[in-house]
Design a binder for this molecule. Structure first.
Ligand code: PEP
Ligand code: MG
Length: 432
């Protein structure tokens, strides 16, 4: 559910099954072996995959196109009247944002800004930034990225005019952007005009044994403040441009993977200083409202959320990482044991799909209580933007917790609207 491939594919509305341990793919022979039966499929044989359940089926399964007739719209309108939680979308590009609005999203709860870098025309600039020899080289690459990023952000603000858009600062481990194959490394070195041995050794140095616990999240921006500065500048400049074009941008900047309050103190101070400087330089001081918030996706942040409260106006539960770090399960790599756990009923559900109320949920509850109990805490907004945000069973818990919004991939927005209404009705009935 939560590996990078699955998350990106879901955002595109494409089915994806990743980490399928019961299948062995031999790329050289172009075959796929079903490990249980030993059956071999060849290139060209048809299979069908269900990205929601992780099933891989032999042959072509009959499909029907989903329709959204007037009745469907009516039911969703009824749902909108009943629900109390807002439903936003996880959307990274102007096209995703358009789709999200079409499907009724009330803003963007998570824009993973790194996804704006994956375009083939942009990826080498990101690599130049990562492989820079010094700060001067890094700043030059960041300046090129600023142009792409600001343009995408402006368009997203314009599509989402009047609705909040949360841009999350760069999060993933840097090696995710880099090639690993020797041929690809040599080609990259040539394209960016660097010595191949230097590039190869830099890539080697960036390798991490456990990248999900490594140099990522706010740690990236603290190690390289110029990245945070560029991204905050891009968000605010884009919002000012959208405003000048007659739109109503509502920017929110979100700082990921925080564990201690001092990380948030340093990162949020830099975001505020940059935002104010951009407005001042354009003679627009105080003319744009923006919010700064954090993701709650590590147990320590939840345990000490009260200390984070003074630096944030909103917080969003990153339940992908929070599930990973609470269970100690790798979100990319649970295929090796999770099916067995479910079969043997060691777990009754996949916690990456449906919130684990007894464990992860307890941390979430502590975080909400911690922030809301702090001075001025009652006004802080809480959301959830992990994959569970599109899972109807998880939404009842979000409702009980008093979250203000949930955010899921655009194509899951209609089901989340319906499930949020069902959760609100169920809660009302329980309170009677
Ligand atoms: C999360 O961790 O739940 C989250 C939304 O962020 P990402 O999946 O990008 O780590
Ligand atoms: Mg995360």
């Amino acid at each position: 559910m939560t590996s990078h491939a699955a998350v990106v594919a879901r955002g595109m509305g494409a089915p994806c099954v990743s980490g399928c341990h019961e299948i062995e793919v031999d790329a050289g022979r172009e075959t796929l072996t079903l490990l249980r039966s030993g059956k071999v499929l060849k290139k060209g044989d048809t299979i069908t995959i269900d990205g929601a359940t992780g099933e891989v089926m032999e042959g072509k399964v009959a499909l029907i196109r989903s329709t959204s007739d007037a009745n469907f719209q009516t039911v969703l309108e009824w749902a909108d009247e009943c629900r109390t939680m807002k439903v936003k979308a996880n959307a990274d590009t102007p096209n995703d944002a358009r789709k999200a609005r079409e499907l009724g999203a009330e803003g963007i709860g998570l824009s993973r800004t790194e996804h704006m870098f994956f375009d083939p025309k942009r990826i080498d600039v990101v690599r130049e930034m990562i492989l820079a020899n010094d700060k001067t080289e890094r700043l030059a690459a960041l300046e090129k990225l600023f142009v792409f990023q600001k343009e995408d952000m402006r368009e997203i603000f314009e599509v989402m005019s009047g609705y909040p858009v949360t841009f999350r600062l760069l999060d993933p481990p840097l090696h995710e952007f880099l090639p690993s194959d020797a041929g690809d490394i040599a080609a990259l070195a040539k394209r960016i005009g660097k010595d191949v041995t230097v590039v190869a050794s830099k890539i080697k140095a960036l390798e991490e044994v456990n990248p999900m616990l490594g140099l990522r999240g706010c740690r990236l921006g603290l190690a390289f403040p110029e990245i945070t500065e560029m991204q905050a500048r891009a968000v605010i400049s884009a919002a000012l441009e959208a405003k000048a074009n007659g739109f109503d941008p509502r920017p929110e900047i979100m700082i990921p993977l925080v564990s201690v309050a001092t990380e948030l103190e340093v990162a949020s101070a830099l975001v505020h200083a940059t935002a104010e400087a951009v407005m001042k330089a354009k003679g627009m001081e105080g003319q744009l409202k923006y919010k700064v918030g954090t993701m709650l996706e590590l147990p320590r942040a939840c345990l000490n959320a009260r200390q984070l409260a003074p630096m944030i106006e909103f917080a969003s539960f990153g339940t992908n990482d929070l599930t990973q770090s609470t269970f100690g399960f790798s979100r990319d790599d649970i295929g090796g044991f999770l099916p067995r756990y479910l079969e043997e009923k060691i777990l009754d559900k996949d916690p990456f799909e449906t919130i684990d109320v007894d464990g992860v949920g307890q941390l979430m509850r502590m975080a909400v209580d911690g922030v809301r109990g702090a001075e001025g805490g009652a006004k802080k907004l809480f959301g959830l933007c992990g994959e569970q945000g599109g899972d109807p069973k998880s939404l009842l818990f979000c409702q009980e917790l008093g979250l203000d919004s949930v955010s899921c991939s655009p194509f899951r927005v209609p089901i989340a609207r319906l499930a949020a209404a069902q959760a609100a009705i169920q809660q009302r009935k329980a309170q009677k």
